[in-house]
Write a protein that binds this ligand. Structure first.
Ligand SMILES: Cc1cc2nc3c(=O)[nH]c(=O)nc-3n(C[C@H](O)[C@H](O)[C@H](O)COP(=O)(O)OP(=O)(O)OC[C@H]3O[C@@H](n4cnc5c(N)ncnc54)[C@H](O)[C@@H]3O)c2cc1C
Length: 410
């Protein structure tokens, strides 16, 4: 087959946002690029991102976005500064997919269709003559004297000066997530840090939680209740058949998974009404004793909590509020503002949206995305030991790191 004998300037492994961006920016320099995708469809996890609407980025600057990744921010800066969030918006607009800021922060395609972003990236690649093959899985890297010279896809080898691994993470295995990229990185001698499912729900050890499945709180705050621990998340909280999910826990799930290596379960403290301070509840309790003394605690609390939750959260629910014992009021306050739950597990790889951990950053040059071990081998996107919070950070990182490699590879 003639395609296999050609030598490419760059072979990109994976067609998610990182791979498509890398392929486009390299081909735009007049280089010969081949993109290989193991699935039948292109786009990696882009088509399913953000509920198929895709929160592609946000309004923050490169510095502010990098800051959101905590102590790894220094590694992200060169890529984010080189292709910052405003360039993402400009790029898609120039390719026929205007981006809108929906709530003053998050950015989505105006059409509301993640697939439009995939189509725009694929069209941009085709216009720059990137050769794209789907249904082709890279199985091995071809290496010679610590230099990359191509990839093996089973029966066929493809040769290139440079190879970009943009294989994504292990998460969401029901779509395209797999171990494949980590195996290739290990074959090249790279360290892969421990992998944990991140951006996912938590399973709780308290069985009662399951009877409240489907109930949600608009503005809750979840804290990890371990000594010295400051991690917390705020937003919607959803009770599921076996635990809790939604924005109040998604950003801490990866860390909880890591803690579960050391602890049998992770104690959590949840403020179900983050906008009502404890003092305000105490004032309301005092006022109800005076003004609604004959109404039972359960009936009053039903104005705040769904009926299904009353037996679990309101002690002595049948007692009229005038006679509500101080001990019960104390417990009620704790259940509302500091509800104790225990995470015994996270949801599995099937449901995790992001992978925490990956190719060790110390072995990759942040200014080019090139391996420090193998000349001509590059990395981009979620395959690296980087995971951002909810809010468009992960796709921006994938696009920016792919762009940096595409522009800087030899
Ligand atoms: C349900 C869901 C919703 C999400 N929503 C958002 C959101 O709104 N905003 C946001 O910022 N992030 C979101 N994310 C995270 C985001 O989708 C990923 O972080 C991002 O897609 C990572 O890009 P990537 O290019 O590194 O990898 P991916 O998008 O995972 O693409 C990697 C590609 O490489 C291919 N591949 C792997 N190994 C091989 C191989 N050996 N040979 C050939 N091909 C290979 C895979 O099949 C895949 O197509 C979401 C994730 C999920 C699962």
């Amino acid at each position: 087959m003639s395609i296999a004998r050609d030598k490419y300037d760059l072979i990109v492994v994976g067609s998610g946002p990182a791979g498509l961006s890398g392929a486009f920016f390299c081909a735009a320099r007049g280089r010969k690029v081949l993109l290989l995708e193991k699935e039948k469809r292109f786009g990696g996890k882009l088509p399913i991102s953000g509920g198929a609407r895709c929160n592609v980025t946000n309004i923050l600057s490169a510095d502010e976005q990098a800051h959101a990744f905590g102590r790894k921010s220094r590694f992200l800066l060169p890529a984010l500064k080189n292709f910052p969030p405003e360039m993402t918006r400009d790029f898609f607009k120039a390719h026929g997919v205007p981006i809108e800021v929906t709530d003053g922060f998050h950015c989505f395609p105006e059409s509301g269709r993640a697939m439009d972003l995939v189509d725009a990236l694929c069209t941009a690649c085709h216009e720059q003559f990137v050769q794209c093959l789907s249904g082709v899985k890279v199985q091995k890297l071809l290496l010679e004297d610590n230099k990359i010279c191509g990839v093996n896809c089973g029966k066929e080898n493809f040769y290139a000066e440079n190879v970009l691994l943009a294989c994504g993470g292990k998460s969401y295995s029901k779509w395209s997530g797999s171990d494949s990229g980590y195996e290739l990185a290990r074959q090249a001698g790279h360290t892969v840090t421990p992998l944990f499912p991140a951006m996912t729900g938590l399973q709780c050890t308290e069985e009662w939680v399951g009877s409240c499945a489907g109930i949600s709180f608009e503005n809750a705050e979840c804290f990890i209740d371990l000594p010295g621990e400051k991690t917390h998340c705020r937003g919607e909280l959803l009770f599921t058949h076996n635990g809790i999910s939604a924005f109040a826990v998604l950003d801490m799930a990866g860390y909880v998974a890591e803690l579960l290596m050391k602890h049998q379960n992770v104690p959590l403290r949840i403020n179900l009404f983050a906008d009502i301070p404890k003092e305000e509840w105490l004032k309301r309790f005092a006022s109800w004793r005076q003004t609604r003394g004959k109404v039972t605690a359960g009936k009053i609390m039903n104005e705040y909590l769904p009926k299904k939750m009353i037996p679990y959260l309101v002690p002595q629910a049948e007692t009229p509020f005038a006679r509500y014992p101080a001990e019960a009021a104390k417990q009620l306050l704790e259940n509302l503002a500091a509800l104790k739950l225990h995470a015994g597990n996270t949801e599995n790889w099937h449901k995790a949206m992001v992978t925490k951990g990956g190719v060790a950053l110390a072995e990759v040059n942040a200014k080019t995305m090139e391996s420090r071990l193998i000349s001509g081998l590059y990395f981009a996107g979620e395959l690296l030991d980087i995971d951002g919070p909810c809010g468009g950070y992960n796709i921006q990182w994938a696009l920016s790191s792919g762009a940096l490699c595409g522009q800087k590879c030899k």
